[in-house]
Design a protein around this ligand. Structure first.
Ligand code: ZN
Length: 193
């Protein structure tokens, strides 16, 4: 899978993942101010009129940009099953077994039928069996326990969660110090090659 490029604002706050083509476009508009990390892609530029040679553009793993496209920090990351299952390390938060995403479900700790909301702090990954067993009960009513408390990922954690499969070591190194301490170690370390 082709690596994405991590875009930061000038303050160094991580904003989003970019395709290399979008990055090349920011370069050509002169908006890239500083960069970090190794080369993700060597893109072909134009042909020099002076030398007749093709120029190349080296696209790094992390770029910081100026310009009007500076998005505010995303404080409320969208809740998707993919990001949720990665947050919980693809483990059922009740029995602790690991599953492929298709065998996991989104469980509302405080059941929706009883007023529980569909938000990061109230949802966990659960296998179908545990989800079924729990049904519409509160944990206290059926003697079930959570392995970890659900939480809302901060922007750096969220970016790592949605790009779990193809994040590079240098990008993870940049994001990791900004993770909250309670993120499971396995999530922090996976794919940090
Ligand atoms: Zn389970």
């Amino acid at each position: 899978m082709e690596a994405r490029i991590l875009r930061l604002n000038l303050a160094g706050q991580p904003i989003e993942w970019l395709h290399w083509k979008e990055t090349a476009c920011l370069y050509s508009r002169g908006l890239v101010v500083w960069t970090l990390g190794g080369e993700v892609k060597r893109a072909r530029g134009g042909i020099s009129r002076l030398t007749g040679r093709t120029s190349f553009m080296s696209l790094p793993a992390i770029i910081a940009c100026a310009g009007e496209r500076l998005a505010p920090m995303r404080l409320n990351p969208p809740l998707t099953n993919d990001a949720l299952f990665n947050r919980d390390n693809r483990q059922c938060m009740y029995c602790g077994n690991r599953y492929s995403p298709k065998d996991l479900s989104r469980d509302h700790v405080h059941p929706s039928s009883r007023g529980g909301r569909d938000r990061w702090e109230n949802v966990v990954a659960a296998c179908k069996r545990c989800n079924q067993r729990k049904g519409d009960s509160l944990l206290s009513e059926i003697n079930m326990e959570l392995l970890a408390l659900p939480y809302r990922p901060n922007p750096s954690e969220y970016l790592a969660l949605i790009n779990n499969e193809r994040i590079r070591g240098d990008q993870m190194e940049y994001l990791r110090p900004q993770f909250a301490r309670y993120l499971p170690a396995s999530v922090k370390l996976s794919n940090a090659s």
